[in-house]
Design a binder for this molecule. Structure first.
Ligand SMILES: [Zn+2]
Length: 455
């Protein structure tokens, strides 16, 4: 995935610490401390996820929320998320990040915006703790909601915070965790949730705060027609104009979704080099619409992929996401739309560009991070399909986890299993946390979230 999309047949890769020191043939790998024999395997640049809500991993496949569009879906789930505890954030992140690593993802962004009243603790810290434990490169963004129902927003007031609390915790998180080092394991972004749950003042103040620290900005935008109608009715302008008015256009901004922009808005996004996290599965599940990927790319907008929160996916498989994007755009835009290799490009180099991190991740090149994954071509599922290595896992689909994932030169997935943790124990603790959360919500609201389907 270098600028020429070169492929090396029978080559080797030499990593010195986090950094790739050499790639190609005739590499003196005998001198290495560790030699990994990749015979029969294909090595790919690690995938990069640009949008997620890891806490939602504990509220997947909830019957009542399964067949809704965004606003109704949120209405159901806010009722559960208001009971979120710090340990839920940790367990949700362990599962979501573990799934991502097993699908070849080596860097993950997250958007954490749900801070229920009365829950003490530093919630975003819990997911950073999980990422460190698993060894994934992590880009959490400090989300926020300060406009609840009582002030015309969508969420219940109980999951909103004051602007003062939001801005001071955002400062704390940046100062404590953010690193601009090319090989940073944690970077922080600033991410008010969306135009329908954050005030205009907080949008402006968040942008100013982010720029004063030279960190990036992230939010949801142009996801649904409901959002567009909301902005037109409440602010008298379209979502993009509203964001532009509050300082939310620039090459340090990336939006999640970006489906309902008009041609002029796409042109302006390209001029300003905005980024978009394209989340095909979530957009399909919530019937939000089809992301105009070809227009975006032609306009020069930076496009990456994201699995989105696990309540609208309901999984964290980034390789599957690339395949779904590939198939969706073939259906929507015809046979001249993205190739499978283009989708691998979006999930690697495209995503790195969206995160402003293309100096160190997104491709396997000397000087960049040794972030990669491998698949074994001798699997049954690949027999008869070995004619295009770059397209292989996307065109065929991956019925199983990747064989190996390496982040910063460290093996974090081996033979399809996480190396740092006992997966069954992680799953059991997350199951228990999920049950407690959903049962608590059912008790408090007298709605059986586990059983009821939408009427
Ligand atoms: Zn989202």
């Amino acid at each position: 995935m270098d600028a020429k999309r070169r492929r090396f047949e029978g080559g080797s890769l030499f990593a010195d610490g986090q950094r790739i020191a050499a790639i190609g043939r005739d590499i003196p790998y005998e001198t290495a401390d560790t030699v990994i024999d990749a015979a029969g395997k294909i090595v790919y640049p690690g995938l990069i996820n640009t949008h997620h809500h890891l806490f939602q991993t504990l509220t997947r496949n909830i019957p009542l929320a399964q067949d809704c569009e965004l606003f109704d879906w949120l209405g159901v789930l806010y009722g559960i998320w208001r009971h979120l505890q710090p340990e839920d954030v940790y367990h949700g992140a362990m599962v979501g990040l573990g799934e991502l690593l097993k699908s070849g993802c080596t860097t993950a962004a997250d958007h954490f915006y749900c801070f229920p009243n009365g829950v003490s603790g530093e919630l975003i810290d819990e997911e950073i703790r999980a990422a460190k434990e698993l060894g994934i490169r992590f880009y959490p963004t400090r989300g926020s909601m300060n406009m609840g129902k009582s002030s015309g927003g969508l969420p219940p007031d109980e999951v909103c915070q004051s602007s003062e609390a939001i801005l001071s915790d955002t400062r704390r998180v940046i100062e404590r965790y953010h690193s601009a080092d090319p090989f940073a394991m944690v970077r922080i972004g600033v991410a008010p949730c969306s135009p329908f749950n954050v005030t205009g003042d907080l949008l402006r103040e968040s942008a100013e705060l982010a720029r004063s620290y030279n960190v990036r900005l992230h939010t949801h935008l142009a996801e649904t027609m409901d959002e567009e109608r909301y902005c037109l009715e409440r602010f008298g302008m379209r979502p993009f104009d509203y964001m532009a008015e509050h300082g939310w256009v620039g090459d340090d901004v990336w939006y999640a979704h970006g489906i309902h922009f008009n041609d002029e808005e796409i042109r302006r996004m390209g001029v300003h080099r905005c980024g978009v996290a394209h989340c095909a599965t979530s957009n399909m599940k919530l019937s939000s619409g089809v992301f105009p990927v070809m227009k975006m790319l032609q306009a020069g907008v930076r496009v990456g992929l994201g699995v989105d929160g696990s309540a609208s996916n309901d999984g964290s498989d980034l390789l599957a996401e690339a395949r779904i994007a590939y198939l969706l755009h073939k259906l929507a835009h015809g046979s001249n739309s993205l190739t499978a290799e283009d989708c691998l490009h979006l999930a690697t180099r495209g995503s790195a560009s969206v995160l402003g991190w293309d100096d160190a991740i997104g491709s396997l090149e000397v000087g960049k991070a040794a972030d990669l994954f491998m698949i074994d071509t001798r699997r049954l599922g690949f027999a008869g399909a070995l004619y295009d290595d770059a397209a292989l896992p996307i065109a065929t689909g991956m019925p199983q986890p990747v064989d190996m994932t390496i982040v910063g030169g460290k093996v974090v997935v081996k033979e399809g299993r996480l190396t740092a943790v006992e997966e069954e124990a992680v799953a059991e603790r997350a199951r228990a946390a999920s049950l407690r959360l959903v049962n608590e919500a059912s008790l408090r609201t007298k709605i059986d979230y586990r059983a009821l389907r939408r009427a």
